[in-house]
Design a protein around this ligand. Structure first.
Ligand code: PPY
Length: 367
């Protein structure tokens, strides 16, 4: 058997999830990968990430790891969904022109799973893309635009949850939640980052931003916000570091360089390895687990679109993320464990009380 098969076998065998669906999209050369990690608390839910990967194995690995985080995210938020994730792994050469048809073919695959997996936006997909996926994938598609009957982008409620999480972190570190005069470094001014920045500024924080897209950097420069070169992020002194770009940013090298007191941001899978939680603790840096603080978007769009939440109810649930952060930080301190371990313990307690995988009725559907 060649090396690729060995890799794929190892990834799936060593993963603790329930199911991986792979589909070769012949017309585009893309792969569709849907990883359902857990259906203990409800249907597997998670956004669709769309980008190029070096290999199919890398795409499967990303989907599996992100799906596991979704399980913990919904469990920590006490929300009735399981964890899953989809990846549309684009070929190296690809025509944007074929995007709508590609998304529609992906939607067909989602619908054929009959609610075992429900989707939403992630890195590389937007509310507009959800509209297109929804033409074939409804009712298993969340986060469509308001015009298409959805609740719109999940970025603003995600940013709101991260903001409450930062306030709780600041209160834990400094004794009061006020952000006035606190220096916050936001890595990534994409969907969530660009919504978080004005919230932080309005609260009186000093905001530094790092961004790799030159077009976005140019736009930020006109606002007068301090721009940090992407290579300088870990070494820049700040009170709070808010990773809002891609995962893996907290690793052996960056943790050694960090000059922040605490970390809370929206990116999924910020820790490169499980040991990095201990490395942060050893350095006295308080890390708010990503899956605790970045659930605002997912719970809002599904809460509003499937559970009939009012905007006020959704806001209250997002505000409660701050309470969960406080609880996790206190528990970690009291038990002398990492914040990551404390948060996982909280999520695992909820999972342990739930029925066995597959026992849950698959009834989540968007309006
Ligand atoms: C995430 O929070 O990382 C998501 O994947 C977002 C999401 C998940 C499920 C439905 C809508 C949005």
């Amino acid at each position: 058997m060649d090396n690729t098969n060995v890799q794929i076998e190892a990834i799936i065998r060593h993963w603790d999830g329930e199911l991986v669906v792979t589909h070769a999209d012949q017309l585009s050369g893309a792969w569709f990968v849907i990883a359902v990690h857990s259906t203990r608390l409800g249907p597997g839910a998670g956004g669709t990430r769309m980008r190029a990967y070096p290999s199919l194995a890398a795409a499967i690995q990303d989907a599996c790891q992100l799906a596991r985080s979704m399980t913990y995210k919904f469990a920590a938020a006490d929300f009735p969904l399981g964890g899953a994730k989809a990846v549309i792994a684009l070929p190296a050469v690809w025509e944007q022109r074929g995007r709508p048809e590609l998304l529609q073919r992906f939607g067909t695959l989602v619908r054929r799973l009959r609610g075992l997996y429900v989707t939403g936006p992630d890195v590389g997909t937007s509310a507009t893309d959800m509209d297109v996926i929804g033409t074939t994938g409804a009712p298993y598609v969340f986060g469509r635009t308001a015009a298409a009957g959805g609740s719109g982008s999940s970025a603003p409620p995600t940013a709101m949850g991260v903001f409450y999480g930062i306030e709780a972190l600041v209160a834990h570190l400094f004794g009061a939640p006020e952000l006035h005069g606190r220096r916050v470094l936001v890595q990534g001014a994409g969907g969530v980052g660009q919504d978080l920045i004005p919230r932080l500024l309005a609260a009186g924080a000093e905001v530094l931003v790092s961004e790799i897209d030159p077009v976005v950097v140019q736009r930020l420069q006109t606002t007068g916000i301090a721009i940090i070169h992407p290579d300088q992020v870990s070494g820049t002194p700040c009170d709070i570091f808010a990773p809002c770009a891609l995962g893996g940013v907290l690793n052996r090298e960056t943790i050694a360089q960090l000059r922040c007191r605490g970390i809370a941001g929206a990116a999924n899978n910020q820790l490169a390895t499980a040991e990095d939680a201990e490395r942060l603790r050893a350095r006295g840096i308080v890390y708010v687990p990503d899956f605790v603080v970045n659930s605002g978007g997912a719970i809002t769009v599904v809460g509003v679109e499937a559970l009939g939440w009012s905007p006020a109810q959704a806001e209250a649930k997002v505000r409660a993320i701050g309470d969960t952060v406080r609880q996790v930080l206190q528990r970690a301190e009291a038990d002398g464990v990492t914040t990551d371990a404390a948060a996982r313990q909280l999520a695992e307690q909820r999972l342990a009380q739930a029925p066995t995988p597959g026992a849950h009725p698959m009834v989540i559907a968007s309006r």
